[in-house]
Design a protein around this ligand. Structure first.
Ligand SMILES: [Zn+2]
Length: 271
């Protein structure tokens, strides 16, 4: 009975689930072989809308009309609700689960009644989790950044997923939010720590200028599910060299190589 309940829970959690199948970022179970490791991973090889990609600036379609993206990660209706464009300050309450699952360092947003959402093109997508890649999975004109954050959001009505990608570049100062995350980061597999302090998400983990690239893609890990809306911010946020090294040590090159565009068009929006 317990097993059944667990299975039901796992299927509800969906993209939050870490799959038991044995895959890795190198060797016999590496990205070139993901499509053959499990029948449910086939789209990793056969898919035509896979992520990540190399964003070639000369090929990007620039849109003159604005398409705003509003990020309202609010935990308390009485608290502030601000958009990415403004001087944003929203915080994660304490008690977030920080896990190293063998593939990435992930913060799960577990509040059953959370109102945290991204609003884009008349749809709301609720934040499920965010996690890190070292170095970046997306490239810009072939250039890699030291780190990339993925904020995974889901439309609870349609099940559609929107992922925000944020590059992290090296700066002179420590990033205060990353300090909290690194401090509480688990070092062993499947270990979960709670984050005991409020962490400020937008102010330090999202770029102040929200120009972005948009395209249709996939999960960058097996089962490589397609139909994901990707929003990759053009401008990076910053972290110190020490912080980048600390995260790189935990993440250990958890990067899928760039995938073919197959005719997809990347659009750029200024907001
Ligand atoms: Zn990711």
């Amino acid at each position: 009975m317990k097993v059944k309940i667990l299975l039901v829970l796992l299927s509800i959690i969906g993209v939050n689930t870490s799959y038991a199948a044995n895959w890795s970022y190198s060797g016999a179970n590496g990205p070139e072989h993901w499509g053959q490791l499990d029948a449910s991973f086939a789209v990793c090889e056969t898919g035509k809308q896979q992520t990540p990609i190399n964003i070639q600036l000369s090929q990007v379609k620039k849109n003159s009309s604005a398409l705003p993206i509003a990020i309202n990660y609010t935990f308390n209706k009485d608290k502030l609700t601000e958009t990415l464009n403004g001087e944003t300050t929203f915080t994660f309450p304490s008690g977030k689960l920080l896990t190293y699952n063998g593939h990435t360092l992930q913060i799960d947003v577990t509040d059953a009644a959370n109102d945290d959402a991204v609003f884009w093109q008349n749809s709301a997508y609720h934040l499920l989790q965010f996690h890190f890649h070292s170095p970046s999975e997306h490239l810009v004109d072939g250039k890699t950044y030291p780190l990339e954050i993925h904020f995974v959001n889901e439309n609870v009505r349609t099940g559609k997923v929107l992922v925000l990608g944020v590059f992290i570049a090296e700066g002179k100062k420590d990033n205060p939010t990353l300090t909290e995350i690194i401090k509480d980061a688990p070092t062993s597999l499947e270990q979960s720590n709670s984050i005991d302090t409020n962490i400020v998400l937008a102010e330090h983990l999202l770029p102040p200028n929200s120009a972005y690239f948009a395209y249709m893609g996939s999960l960058t890990t097996p089962p490589c599910t397609e139909g994901f809306q990707w929003i990759v911010f053009k401008n990076p946020i910053y972290a110190s060299k020490q912080q980048i090294q600390a995260l790189a040590k935990i993440l250990q090159d958890n990067v899928r190589p760039v995938q073919k565009l197959n005719g997809r068009v990347v659009k750029e929006y200024k907001v």
